[in-house]
Ligand binder design. Sequence first.
Ligand code: FES
Length: 270
Amino acid sequence: MTTTATRPAEPRPRAAIAAKTLRTDRWWIEPLLTVVGLTAWLAYGVTHVFMQKWYFAQGPGYHYLTPFYSPCVSNGCAPEAAEFGRFLPDVWWIPYAALSLPFLLLFRLTCYYYRKAYYRSFWASPPACAVPDGHKRYTGETRFPLLFQNAHRYAFYAAVLISLVNTWDAIVAFDGTKGFGFGLGNLVLLANVVLLWAYTVSCHSCRHIIGGRLKHFSEHPVRYRFWTFVSTLNTRHMQLAWITLGTLALTDIYILAISAGWFPDLRFFN
Ligand code: FES
């Protein structure tokens, strides 16, 4: 009995379609909103960071420092706001929180979600699924400078330290010139720090640090529990990325308003 070997079929050439994309939905809305959202947030953030005022408010029962100025380590910081010392020169081009801001920027810039978002929106590479790339060549993240996206894990470690500092800020915010107090600003700071932790812990690198390289989860029940928790949060990473941009800006605006005297803090106690 003879058998006939079947040869794999020749790949068929791609259909010659003149249209740039066959998508008929409004695929461009998402990249457009991303550009508008990120640009607006950055413009606001950079403006306030370099204003070097209206970042701290203190009263009988409160001690509010905005996360945009934390930790406040410049010689220009109000002494009461400088929980970790003042050692950077007070010049206009060095933000008061110059110790943390570059790492926070690196953390967000190299975040897996933001990479997707800004590659699509600012770089059109590609702007959406089934829409051609805006560039002729595609080299991915294998070359300089995008090779440095691999530093994300190290930015994550820095972000954990900065989240600890933010947590400290939210705790000392209850302590004013006349002891313990509780107001709307405390709720704002607490909500912000909880969401910042949720975003930080939902990071893909965090998930890998906790559960990666394990051969048998059954031999690591504690890590498995953490990994399951982080994996659940990880499915919401994109939402948390945007929500925390919102809470950061709102927290900053609230403390700016109190500090500038636009309105008083709503006090529940002291
Ligand atoms: S993947 Fe987004 S913060 Fe790590």
